[in-house]
Ligand binder design. Structure first.
Ligand code: KG4
Ligand code: ZN
Length: 330
């Protein structure tokens, strides 16, 4: 079965073809980062319009790269949400229009399920069950995953998501959008321990997170230096921020593994691309004898492959999950 995946929840248009027998056949992505950069964040209206421009050319490119005709597509999966309404509508319309034209069924996929299952696309995928840390721009969740569709929420953020904390703190330091990679790069030049930022909920007994206080702490440091914060000091603040957030994320993962008795940890979502987080998790895994799995770097942030894959997994469990009524809601 060949499933076409369409992702358009935010500022990336992703199209991919996944074959349940041969694996990922092809995928293509267009990032709108350059377009939104000058506004310091995603402009929803611009995002929707750009998805419209990109979707069909990307589809043609993917079909060409996979060397399959349109008629080879058996089903179409699209990101149903969460995301920007206008942007989601574009992907849903493309999927349903194509489904109608090709007489193929379509199914809406939860964006977070796409992220969650994306590590299974790697060459050395984890087997179920595992603990998953989902760290994206909009969500931070710890989950126990027993199979496709068998997810138990262990903990989540009570306010800002990890990616949001990265982005907002980067903005406070005058770094561009998206802030996550920028603050991470700057942190490499920072001296550890110059600034000590809070590690919110590090010692709380649960598996929840809270990152808004950390962002406020960055604001306080930056405000106190507002007259002239030098480049080295900016790097020191970036370093303190990254050290704090990584400490909390790693500690909660370790606790989740302890509590569930599982030995496999899976990282998913955009922040999963973070170098410092990966290094700290690898060190913890070595010390505490668990294994950590990451998606391929290109599948950490939004992409069509994870949607095609999640759709294919859903259809393997229930072939009736895809429908031909082409009425969608996002
Ligand atoms: O999963 P994703 O592409 O989109 C959502 O579903 O939200 O995640 C985007 C988030 C942004 O907040 C971005 O700053 C963050 O992931 N991110 C990073 C890195 N790459 C992306 N954060 C820290 N370090 C990175 N290398
Ligand atoms: Zn995402």
């Amino acid at each position: 079965m060949i499933v076409l995946g369409v992702e358009s929840s935010c500022d990336e248009t992703g199209i991919a073809l996944y074959d349940t027998q041969r694996g990922l056949l092809a995928h293509a992505l267009h990032s709108q980062v350059a377009m939104h950069e000058e506004y310091g964040g995603v402009v929803p209206e611009l995002a929707s319009r750009d998805h419209i421009r990109r979707a069909i050319p990307l589809l043609e490119q993917v079909l060409k790269n996979a060397d399959v005709p349109r008629s080879a597509i058996d089903a179409i999966a699209y990101t149903q949400g969460p995301g920007l309404a206008g942007a989601l509508l574009v992907g849903a319309s493309v999927a349903c229009g194509l489904g109608l034209a090709l007489d193929r069924p379509v199914l809406g996929v939860h964006h977070l399920e796409g992220h969650l299952l994306s590590p299974l696309l790697s060459r050395d995928p984890p087997s179920f069950p595992f603990v998953a840390l989902l760290v994206s721009g909009g969500h931070t969740q710890l989950m126990r995953v027993d199979g496709v569709g068998q997810y138990t929420l262990l903990g989540e953020t009570l306010d800002d998501a990890a990616g949001e904390a990265f982005d907002k703190s980067a903005k406070l330091l005058g770094l561009g959008y998206p802030g996550g990679p920028a603050i991470s790069r700057l942190a490499e030049f920072g001296d550890p321990g110059v600034y000590k930022l809070p590690r919110p909920m590090l010692h709380s007994k649960d598996l929840n997170f809270s990152f808004s206080g950390l962002k406020t702490a960055v604001l306080t440091v930056v405000k106190n230096q507002i007259t002239n914060i030098c480049e080295q000091d900016k790097a020191n603040v970036a370093r303190a921020f990254v050290d704090a957030i990584v400490d909390v994320l790693v500690a909660k993962c370790v606790t989740a593994l302890k509590e569930t008795g599982l030995k496999k940890l899976v990282i998913a979502g955009g922040v999963g691309a973070n170098r410092q987080l990966r290094e700290a998790l690898d060190a913890a895994a070595h010390k505490r004898r668990f294994r950590v799995y990451y998606p391929e770097l290109e599948f950490c942030t939004d992409n069509g492959a994870m949607i095609a894959f999640a759709g294919a997994m859903r259809l393997q469990i229930n072939p009736h999950a895809a429908r031909r009524d082409y009425a969608f809601n996002v």
